[in-house]
Design a binder for this molecule. Structure first.
Ligand code: URA
Length: 216
């Protein structure tokens, strides 16, 4: 597995992440979702540089041109529900990709511990394809691990790109350890140092699903 962090060198991406984090901007869910979407577009562009391309001759009004199209069969998948705007941003670039979805949610017990529940999966056959799996927050890595395993039951892909905007260092370390030998690239924008006692990323952003879709 390889890890790629895309917020270096500093670019406009940093200001999009700042808006996601900022309590004063977080009051606008439309802007929050739009920021997830445009960061998805940036990830898609970075991932596009790792794909293989085949040439195609195009007829313009004035002549012929050769342009290049991705050779891979792409499948964009995301973890419901916070992954949806990120998914849409990636799909803006890879608009011919197939799509998959998996739900993962935390069910808390009385003492503040939680189990992850996977209840919904929809995915095409992944055999030999390039899969992108989007989840904006990589906290402990448990949701991503279970969602990854659930989606991978649909066939063995050629390569998997895991995409998270904000990760904790513990989450990055955990995913690297369990997928060490797999053909996987973990893409992150920011890596924060800490998790709190409820396994939320600190400083993080809070709950990405609630910020995108409520309740407030
Ligand atoms: N999910 C979130 O939305 N935020 C976190 O900090 C951790 C998991």
């Amino acid at each position: 597995m390889e890890i790629k962090q895309i917020n270096q060198p500093v670019s406009i991406l940093s200001s999009f992440i700042a808006e996601m984090r900022d309590v004063e901007v977080q009051t606008d869910p439309l802007r929050f979702r739009r920021n997830l979407e445009r960061i998805g577009e940036i990830f898609a562009y970075e991932i596009s540089k790792t794909l293989t391309y085949q040439p195609k001759e195009i007829t313009t009004p004035l002549g012929k041109a050769t342009e290049w199209f991705p050779q891979e069969k792409l499948v964009v998948t995301s973890i419901l529900r916070a992954g949806v705007p990120l998914h849409n941003g990636i799909l803006n670039y890879f608009d011919r990709a197939e799509n998959g979805f998996v739900s993962a949610f935390r069910k808390y017990t009385v003492n503040g511990e939680f189990d992850i529940h996977i209840e919904y999966i929809s995915a095409p056959d992944l055999t030999g394809k390039t899969v992108i799996m989007a989840d904006p927050m990589l906290a402990t890595g448990s949701s991503l691990e279970l969602a990854y395993k659930a989606i991978m039951a649909n066939g063995k892909p050629k390569h998997v790109h895991l995409v998270s905007i904000i990760a904790s260092q513990a989450g990055v370390d955990y995913i690297s350890s369990i997928l060490e030998e797999e053909p996987v690239t973990l893409w992150v924008a920011a890596v924060d140092d800490e998790l709190n006692s409820k396994s939320y990323i600190v400083p993080g952003i809070g709950d990405a699903g609630d910020l995108a879709y409520g309740p407030k």
